[in-house]
Design a protein around this ligand. Structure first.
Ligand code: NAP
Length: 456
């Protein structure tokens, strides 16, 4: 605690979960809380800045709510500070009264099939980070010269990737996608984007508004073979309790009924097929898919069962979009299988299943990579309520904490902290660059540019 009785909490990660946690902490009247938000990048908002598709500015505008939290007097943004490198897990537990990890799920799940590492086989998240201007992904060179791209997975990320690859120059120019990505997409040779789901149309994880939106693409048709939409008895039965699935099916049926308008690009849906190999000598030349049948398991969940029937689909690039996976923080508990920190309601647990004093988690590192941005509000609030309850009941270790001690250690280690004012300078410069072009911003996307802007 500080000399005047405030609790000092480190929130690690500045995405939605981190900001909702910070907001809930700052709203506490007793105890009063000071929040240091620790972020590896010089920029805040996590996937709101670097994950949400650039043609979804309304979703990105949630950052305005986060700005209000960030401007509160007991909040500090410590950007360009990496937990685990600049401040070790043990440092954080020593310097703060409590630590909330809200670091998300920073890598992608793997298919585990031959050819997955061939040039031309990418994680969808790499493309997403690239077109969104993430400074660690700008060196990637996506060869989009082929005629067919294949996207594996049926989540909203798969739809984001398929849609982004199908946008025209007029659709991309007003967005904050990087200029390099706009050039590459506009001049790409891609004519067909094949979206492949291992289960059926009614098990798809994508949500209806995202599916429906494809109908508005200026120069891309959506193609669905009606035979793809025939349902097995298990899927038919499950439909009754699943509104999203019913709505998705309705939209897919509309697509199936609509003759293609002969637009330049096509997004084609293919269901009940699992990738079994990515083929090619030097780089991706094709993907081998195996047909699945669907059937309910003992818990009633509709599962894909391979049939042995295989087909080879020529393609030049593959995006694996089968979900994110969390990464461990050195020294902190981690469950490799789920990619999360073992926890009960946000209290991080030790090997015996007991809460570790002062250690909490929120968001995807707590519950896994599911849900939309708003899901993190309830999730983070639950964590913060547990933390505040522990503080009130005297379960947090008693220690003296201060902002000065943190600053002194970072200075001693030569860390160049980007403060919230630093981020505001980056933000102002990006907006000023975007304004003459009628764009929300033109992002700075190298570490040097970002740090130079923050210094100014
Ligand atoms: P997701 O929603 O979990 O979807 C993952 C997809 O990959 C599922 O269709 C899954 O199929 C499939 N899959 C998993 N393992 C596979 C395998 N071995 N072979 C073939 N397919 C496999 O993940 P996501 O798309 O990465 O999205 C993450 C979260 O962010 C989601 O909650 C999503 O809604 C959210 N998000 C929202 C928006 C938006 O609101 N606009 C945009 C982007 C992301 P099964 O169902 O068969 O496992």
């Amino acid at each position: 605690m500080t000399a005047d009785g405030r609790l000092r909490v480190a929130v690690v990660g500045s995405g939605p979960a981190g900001f909702y946690a910070a907001g809930a902490l700052l709203a506490s009247a007793e105890p009063k809380v000071e929040v240091d938000m620790i972020e590896r990048l010089p920029t805040p908002w996590g996937l709101v800045r670097l994950g949400v598709a650039p043609d979804h500015p309304n979703i990105k505008s949630v950052s305005r709510a986060f700005e209000k939290i960030a401007r509160q007097p007991r909040f500090r943004f410590l950007g360009n500070v990496e937990a685990g490198r600049d401040l070790a897990h043990a440092d954080l537990l020593r310097l703060y009264d409590a630590v909330v990890y809200a670091v998300g799920a920073q890598t992608d799940r793997r298919l585990g099939i031959p050819g997955e590492d061939l040039p031309g086989s990418w994680a969808a998240t790499e493309l997403v980070a690239w077109y969104n201007g993430h400074p660690d992904f700008q060196h990637l060179a996506f060869d989009l010269s082929c005629e067919r791209a294949v996207v594996i997975g049926n989540g909203n990320v798969a739809l984001d990737v398929a849609r982004m690859l199908a946008l025209t120059e007029e659709e991309l120019r007003p967005t904050d996608a990087t200029d390099a990505s706009i050039e590459a997409i506009v001049s790409a040779g891609i004519r067909e984007i094949l979206v492949v789901g291992r289960r059926g149309p009614t098990q798809a994880a994508f949500t209806t508004p995202e599916l429906k939106e494809l109908a508005d693409l200026r120069d891309a048709d959506v193609v669905v073979d009606p035979a793809e939409l025939e349902l097995d008895p298990a899927s038919e039965a499950a439909l009754e309790h699943d509104t999203n699935a019913r709505r998705n099916l309705e939209v897919l049926r509309e697509y199936a009924a609509r003759p293609p308008a002969g637009k330049a690009r096509r997004i084609v849906f293919r269901f009940r097929r699992s990738p079994v190999a990515i083929l090619g000598r030097e780089r991706v030349e094709a993907i081998e898919l195996e047909r699945n049948e669907l059937g309910a398991d003992e818990r009633g969940r509709v599962q894909a069962v391979p049939t042995g029937q295989r087909e080879v689909v020529p393609c030049g690039i593959v995006f694996r979009s089968i979900g994110y996976h969390g990464l461990p923080i050195p020294g902190a508990p981690f469950d490799e299988r789920s990619g999360t920190m073992p926890n009960r309601g946000g209290r991080v647990l030790d090997e015996e299943g007991d809460p570790i004093p002062a250690l909490y988690c929120a968001g995807w590192i707590k519950r896994g990579p599911t849900g939309v941005i708003g899901t993190n509000k309830k999730d983070a609030t639950e964590t913060v309520e547990a933390l505040l309850e522990d503080a009130r009941d005297g379960r947090l270790p008693k220690r003296e904490t201060s902002a000065l001690a943190v600053d002194a250690l970072l200075a001693e280690r030569g860390v160049e902290v980007v403060t919230y004012a630093g981020w505001e300078a980056i933000d102002a410069l990006e907006r000023a660059r975007g304004e003459p072009q009628g764009r929300p911003r033109v992002k700075l996307c190298t570490w040097d540019e970002l740090l130079a802007a923050a210094r100014a």
